[in-house]
Write a protein that binds this ligand. Structure first.
Ligand SMILES: [Ca+2]
Length: 340
């Protein structure tokens, strides 16, 4: 307030002084000093032009800035939109994934349930066939094993001996099939299912996944027979070199496989025995060699007349010692829980 009042007072004083001066020098007012007219106008014009130029430049710049800003804003909006679309897609993918996952879980559950339901109907071996009233010995076809991924398997079933239900894993009786074979052949099996054969270590592993009994029947060149039975028999998978586990011997041939318990399988090209020697090479067959044998059912088949000359024959030390090659052998398995 005080400042304003002071301003008004000063303005008043100034006006009074101006009026006084004008009253004192009226002539001086009529002839003020005139600047050179041409020079003034040129400068003003030039300044005006410069101002106009600058103004238009400024306007242009400001327009450009505005356009740039608009562009940036538009780009940001576009990016934001893309981002949202991406997020939507990710969410969709996630929900689809979880839906598929759920379906897989449901399918697995169904498979498990149906497997449990039909386990009593499934055919694993000759014992399952026997339970389905196939009671005649001979050749049968086992269905593929989906669990192990193994294909159909031709087997020979003994449906008579000691209640039947036996799946043969080995037979020697004709003598024309060599058993001096490599790892691969012992793995998948060889020979003829109606004659001499080895069913294959993978198949023996498949059959003995359920607790099994092993029965070995033998015949000598005089026509006498003996047997050895093991109440527990199983063979490991290939990763574990088809290691043999057995127990609970009974029979009348002697316990000549006990010495081979807990040993890996060896073949002509794979020495897994517990010996400095290469037993599979010396004994000319694939077997669960220790150092080396107390039996060798995959040895060389020697005919009558030459069967007592060699130690690499089909031997069972508990019955005929190390130099007697048997005339006939059958190895067969059956589940422990089988009831004829
Ligand atoms: Ca060795």
């Amino acid at each position: 307030m005080a400042k304003e009042n002071l301003g008004i007072i000063l303005l008043g004083v100034t006006l009074l002084l101006l009026a006084e001066t004008w009253a004192q020098n009226p002539r001086k007012r009529l002839s003020p000093p005139k600047p050179p007219k041409a020079q003034c106008c040129d400068e003003v014009r030039s300044l005006k032009v410069q101002v106009a130029n600058l103004t238009s430049l400024l306007e242009e710049l400001s327009r450009k800035q505005e356009t740039d800003l608009m562009n940036v804003v538009r780009q940001i909006m576009e990016l934001d939109k893309q981002n949202r679309q991406q997020e939507t897609r990710v969410t969709e993918a996630e929900s689809k994934y979880s839906e598929i996952n759920n379906r897989v879980e449901i399918m697995q559950l169904h498979t498990l349930q149906s497997a449990t339901k039909s386990s009593s109907d499934a055919i694993y071996d000759c014992a399952s066939l026997y339970s389905k009233n196939y009671k005649i010995s001979g050749e049968y076809k086992l269905p593929k094993d989906d669990f192990l991924g193994s294909p159909e398997l031709n087997v020979y079933c003994d449906m008579e001996t000691n209640g039947g239900g036996w799946t043969l894993i080995q037979r020697r009786k004709i003598g024309l099939t060599s058993f001096n074979r490599d790892w691969k052949q012992y793995k998948s099996g060889f020979g003829s299912i109606r004659g001499d054969f080895w069913l294959g270590n993978d198949n023996i592993f498949r059959l003995t996944r359920q607790p099994s009994v092993l029965r070995i029947e033998m015949e000598d060149w005089e026509g006498q027979t003996r047997y050895a039975e093991y109440g527990f028999f199983t063979v490991a998978n290939e990763l574990n070199s088809y290691k043999l586990f057995l127990a609970n011997y009974s029979g009348n041939a002697g316990d000549s496989l006990r010495y081979h318990n807990n040993t890996n399988f060896s073949t002509s090209d794979k020495d897994n025995d517990k010996c400095v020697d290469h037993c599979a090479s010396l004994r000319k067959g694939g077997y669960w060699y220790n150092c080396c044998t107390d039996s060798n059912l995959n040895g060389v088949f020697y005919r009558y007349g030459q069967h007592m000359k060699n130690s690499d024959g089909i031997t069972w030390y508990g019955w005929h010692g190390s130099n007697y090659s048997l005339k006939k052998v059958e190895m067969k398995v059956r589940p422990v829980e089988f009831q004829p």
